[in-house]
Design a protein around this ligand. Structure first.
Ligand SMILES: [Mg+2]
Length: 246
């Protein structure tokens, strides 16, 4: 259906009192590296933390931190570790396996002080919420309390009706149940919901498989053609026009 055809039908419906509204009624959002610049904050925060702890903080040290983080987080998303458990796992990579829970928690708490001081929002985020009249909610493979804290600190929390986080729902992306749970909370069929996230696999392809409109926010990648059914944008400035065209 062309844009012109759809406009005609919507206007025709409005005259008859049956205007169906926009096709996309709500947007579900990833948080880390989509709304918040997680990678930059993590890098700056961990450099400050390693410096304070007397640990090496060169490129190799940061790459090891990323490897440790990704491995532990995958076990959290897979249900093998709790959110606190994955933090302890990361801390013990530096303290040693013999570290107690209290020692690991204290080490990670010191890291969080530096990490939170570096939290920042991408510059295209605030303008896109001003430009969209859609309903919004969050779907994140994370801890609800942490994401509440992060979005509040970034001045974004008021945009979202709710935060659906995997530690509370028990469903992690890319499982279709994660996306469908969030759509059910919105009271909308997946076909009327778009999902915006920075990961092609977890976010866009997962959303598409669950029947949503998967939108891959690829800010830094080289030009590429996305898989069938996935929409790729390189900045959120492109999102309003894309949502209007779907
Ligand atoms: Mg992300």
């Amino acid at each position: 259906m062309t844009q012109g055809t759809r406009r005609f039908r919507q206007e025709d419906g409005a005259r008859a009192g049956t205007y169906p509204g926009p096709v996309i009624k709500a947007v579900l959002w990833d948080v880390d590296d989509t709304l918040s610049d997680y990678t930059s904050a993590d890098m700056q925060g961990v450099i400050r933390h390693f410096t304070a702890e007397g640990l090496p903080c060169d490129e190799a040290a940061y790459l090891r931190w990323r490897t440790v983080t990704d491995a532990a987080y995958a076990r959290f998303s897979g249900g093998e570790l709790t959110f606190v458990g994955q933090r302890r796992e990361r801390a013990r990579a530096y303290l040693g396996a013999q570290a107690t829970d209290e020692e690991a928690d204290a080490w990670f708490a010191r890291y969080l002080v530096h990490d939170e001081a570096c939290w920042t929002v991408f510059p295209d985020v605030v303008p896109v919420f001003a430009a969209l009249a859609h309903r919004h909610a969050v779907l994140s493979n994370s801890n609800a309390a942490l994401q509440e804290r992060r979005l509040t600190a970034l001045g974004l929390r008021h945009h979202f009706e709710f935060l659906a986080c995997s530690d509370q729902t028990g469903h992690a992306k890319p499982a279709p149940a994660a996306f469908r749970h969030a759509c059910a909370a919105l009271g909308l069929p997946p076909a009327e919901v778009a999902y915006v996230g920075d990961r092609l696999d977890l976010d866009a392809l997962g959303a598409e498989a669950a029947g949503l409109h998967g939108i891959w926010l690829d800010r830094t990648g080289p030009p590429t053609t996305p898989p069938p059914g996935v929409h790729r944008i390189t900045t959120l400035a492109r999102l309003p026009a894309l949502l209007s065209a779907l």
